[in-house]
Design a protein around this ligand. Structure first.
Ligand SMILES: *Cc1c(COP(=O)(O)O)cnc(C)c1O
Length: 363
């Protein structure tokens, strides 16, 4: 079995080979300590140095200034989209939620438990099931929302916003599935968050970047201290024990990203890889992606087979060809290939060859 395996899973997702090898090589003896990084105190000088370097590299990769706090927290993206309304949606205020898929809608639903929200349906769906994003000028949006929440990349449907919505209030975004894959201007956002397991590292950690000014508007009185972004910022995200191994692996991913040329290099690669796969899907009607071209994700590419009876066969034969993690989300069906930063161009080329050969056999 010399054939490489390419993992297109949506999350937890592929990590760079070089990172896994490095982690393997120092698993039993990290930093000359004779023990693994998992087995030392998060308050030790060695771990503190790792944590600080990881934060510095992350800030450098995304151009994040000191006006923002960067937090390495537990609880996943789901905890963050629950915590945000708990702390920001005071009685009498109203938040705007732009909804264009499963994750943005879940965030809206959770927020509605704590206060008043306006969920704005951003999706056009035609009779064939083709989807596109509505233009911001096409929808009625609330005036003076306490904040606007949106999900720039919808992981399940494979939809991407090309720009940040204009609004008078703070902009909050769930970047779980696109962080570090494209350049952003952090000044366009007041708070962003991302679960680690797509483009940062293994599951178990979530990065939150929050403009320190926003602390003044936050109500932390009734929630657990570990949910208090300001206190977490003051205490280096270590009010309690952080997810040290996830933090360590993320630090290796950030080093690797810098060696690869940073986020701009990842953005070019993401465009190249997704263009390659969409070309293959669009060739004829054997495969189909239902998203309008202008709104297509570069990270998550769902596609359906014209003959759905071939689904199982497709997945089995793909697996034999070393292409795994291609089963679509249960709510969408079909296939989905996630092309996060760790997926090399070769992986996409291998997938394309397989898809074309499969079409020749069964088309
Ligand atoms: C995966 C994902 C989530 C869920 O993340 P958890 O860490 O499991 O809570 C939320 N939002 C988006 C956009 C995602 O891709």
């Amino acid at each position: 079995m010399n054939q490489p395996t390419h993992n297109f899973c949506a999350g937890p997702a592929a990590l760079p080979q070089a990172v896994l090898k490095k982690a393997q090589s120092e698993l039993l003896n990290w930093n000359g300590l004779g023990v693994s990084v998992m087995e030392i105190s998060h308050r030790s000088a060695e771990f503190q140095a790792l944590a600080e370097q990881a934060e510095a590299n992350f800030r450098e990769l995304l151009g994040i200034s000191d006006e923002y706090a960067v937090l390495f927290l537990h609880g996943g993206a789901t905890l963050q989209f629950s915590n945000i309304p708990m702390t920001l949606l005071a009685p009498g205020s109203k938040a705007e939620y732009l909804c264009n898929g499963v994750w943005s809608s879940k965030a809206a639903k959770e927020a509605a438990r704590y206060g008043t929200i306006r969920a704005v349906d951003m999706l056009n769906i035609d009779e064939q099931g083709n989807r596109s994003l509505k233009d911001f000028s096409e929808v009625t949006r609330p005036s003076n929302p306490v904040y606007t929440h949106f999900t720039p990349n919808e992981t399940i449907e494979g939809l991407r916003y090309a720009r940040v919505p204009e609004t008078s209030g703070p902009v909050i975004a769930d970047l779980s599935s696109c962080i570090l894959s494209e350049q952003i201007d952090i000044n366009e956002y007041d708070l962003i968050y991302a679960g680690a397991q797509k483009n940062i590292g293994p599951a178990g950690m979530t990065i939150v970047v929050v403009r320190k000014d926003l602390f003044e508007q936050m109500h932390f009185e009734r929630s657990p201290s570990v949910f208090n972004y300001q206190r977490q910022a003051e205490q280096g995200s270590m009010i309690n024990t952080p997810a040290t191994y996830s933090w360590y692996l993320a630090s290796l991913v950030f080093e690797w990203l810098k060696e690869q040329g940073g986020v701009s290099a990842m953005e070019s690669l993401a465009i190249e890889k997704s263009d390659l796969l969409y070309q293959c899907v669009d060739e004829d009607d054997f495969y189909r992606n239902p998203i309008a071209r202008k709104d297509r994700s570069r990270m998550n590419i769902p596609f359906i087979l014209k003959d759905e009876a071939l689904n199982e066969r497709f997945l089995n034969e793909a697996k034999q060809a070393g292409l795994v993690g291609l089963k679509g989300h249960r709510s969408v069906g079909g296939m989905r290939a996630s092309l996060y930063n760790a997926i090399p161009v070769d992986g996409v080329l291998a997938l394309n060859s397989f898809m074309r050969a499969f079409k020749t056999r069964y088309g």
